[in-house]
Design a protein. Structure first.
Length: 117
């Protein structure tokens, strides 16, 4: 919730895909080394996905996986005021789930509202 650390991403169009160029507010944006930049090199955002953000917390910061996962789920849901139905695996909550490989933290499967996608 408010005052608590959480993970966020810019949710840019290339995240999760192979597209390296897109338009943003009428400007051509290109992904270079994980950065979304204009033709003259001005930073427009990041191509960081949430799974990589979790992995960075574990591998670079040394956080336990459980804590990193809460930073990506429970904390943002509480901050946005939707923690009563999102951000947790519990009865009555929306079943949006990401299964990660415990070895390399790659995404194995996803479910949205309980349906495998």
């Amino acid at each position: 919730g408010a005052g608590h650390p959480m993970l966020v991403t810019d949710a840019m169009p290339p995240v999760g895909g192979s597209k390296q160029e897109f338009m943003l507010q009428g400007k051509e944006i290109t992904v270079r080394n994980g950065r979304c930049v204009t033709p003259d090199g001005v930073l427009a955002g990041s191509s960081l996905d949430m799974a990589t953000a979790v992995e960075n917390c574990v591998r670079l910061l040394g956080l336990p996986l459980e804590r990193a996962l809460r930073l990506a789920s429970t904390e943002p849901a509480d901050f946005l005021g939707v923690g009563h139905f999102l951000g947790r695996l519990a009865p009555g909550y929306r079943a949006d789930i990401v299964a990660l490989n415990p070895t390399d933290l790659s995404i194995v499967a996803t479910w949205v509202t309980g349906k495998k996608s």
